[in-house]
Design a protein around this ligand. Structure first.
Ligand code: AHM
Ligand code: MG
Length: 349
């Protein structure tokens, strides 16, 4: 900042925002188990997200810069972005030997990660949706990455087992998402509240732009694929009618991007609810418990909101399969209470 009278630089009165790297170091002792392993893991996720961000931003150029047969300017084969994101996260996490296992939406089975010495001494498993809402790529709309981190339950030193991944959400030690939107933001929690860090793409640095994120006291936006209304259970139909009714502070506004990370982020900032119920054609819903719903649920709860499957807290659902689907209702606590009430009333009639 310069002083117009003297034309000399004067100190900026605004404090420099903390970077993500500084935040991780400063708060390391608050992280569960505080050995530095989780800090390194979150560091790797932020690095991989930068690489994915770069490629997401190139998406519109692929047809121009990628020559025929999908060869790009570096002579590498172009990958679909969701595969690229998957490979990027897996490689970044495995090469640094900081996880003992990874499960991803893109892979049927989990991956057991051994260290370069062949051992399995790491403590954490990561579950990830590498590119959430990937169909938005074609229309230049936001996409995300969602991740969930657990401490393994099987003995250290042995290869991870399926049981290490099938833990209820309330055992998560950290969870977060990266939203590649008009700017790129990484939002995460380690169980001590929620913080958001916006990427300055010129510097490649994330700054703590959204400290101590909380849902606004009241929400007035509902977010659902209303085209599927006819297939929803009666209680959800009733709740949607309730949202639309002219009464008190209603009707609410309807918004739907079609990428959970983006729709949830709007709810968190502006106040609202995201709904993806079971339907007559998808009787257990669409969204995946382990790498979509649980991490978003942990962030929601840490920010003062709620997440439910309609009758039960999402983070208490006992997983039985890696790619298990659940109905999902998440956002301002009062709004989630209202949809649960409508579901309970409809099931009693
Ligand atoms: P994806 O992770 O395979 O891209 O799909 C998950 C997405 C969610 O992010 C989004 O909320 C939902 O699926 C949209 O589904 P629909 O098109 O049925 O509304
Ligand atoms: Mg997804």
């Amino acid at each position: 900042m310069s002083n117009p009278k003297t034309n000399r630089l004067t100190p900026n009165s605004k404090p420099t925002p903390q970077t993500l790297g500084e935040f991780l170091i400063d708060n390391q002792s608050d992280f569960p188990f505080a050995s530095g392993e989780l800090t390194r893991l979150l560091n790797s996720i932020r690095l991989a997200a930068k690489v994915v961000n770069h490629n997401v931003n190139q998406a519109g150029l692929v047809d121009i810069t990628g020559a025929a047969q999908n060869i790009n300017v570096q002579g590498e084969e172009q990958m679909k972005l969701d595969v690229f994101a998957d490979v990027t996260f897996i490689n970044t996490l495995t090469n640094r030997e900081i996880v003992c296992g990874i499960a991803s939406e893109e892979n049927e089975d989990f991956i057991a990660v051994a260290g370069s010495d062949g051992g399995h001494k790491q403590h954490y498993v990561v579950l990830i949706d590498p590119l959430d809402g990937s169909s938005n790529i074609d229309i230049n709309a936001p996409v995300g990455t969602i991740f969930s981190i657990y401490r393994r339950t099987s003995p250290q030193g042995t290869p991870v087992k399926l049981e290490d991944f099938l833990q209820p959400g309330n055992m998560q030690v950290a969870a977060g998402y990266v939203l590649y939107g008009t700017s790129t933001i990484m939002v995460f929690t380690t169980g001590n509240g929620v913080n958001g860090f916006t990427l300055n793409p010129a510097l490649g640095t994330y700054y703590r732009s959204h400290p101590d994120m909380r849902f606004p006291e009241k929400g007035n936006i509902y977010s659902v694929n209303e085209g599927k209304y006819a297939t929803f259970p009666q209680g959800v139909k009733d709740y949607i009618k309730y949202c639309q009714k002219e009464e008190d502070d209603r009707p609410y506004t309807s918004r739907y991007i079609g990428a959970l990370a983006a729709d949830f982020h709007r709810s968190l900032i502006k106040g609202g609810i995201f709904l993806y119920p079971e339907t007559s054609t998808a009787p257990t819903g669409k969204l995946r418990l382990l790498y979509e719903c649980n991490p978003i649920a942990m962030i929601a709860e840490q920010a003062g909101g709620k997440a439910s499957n309609g009758t039960q807290r999402i983070m208490e659902v006992k997983p039985t399969e890696l790619h298990q689907r659940v109905p999902f209702f998440c956002g301002n606590a009062e709004m989630v209470d209202d949809v649960e009430r409508c579901i309970a009333e409809a099931s009693n009639t």
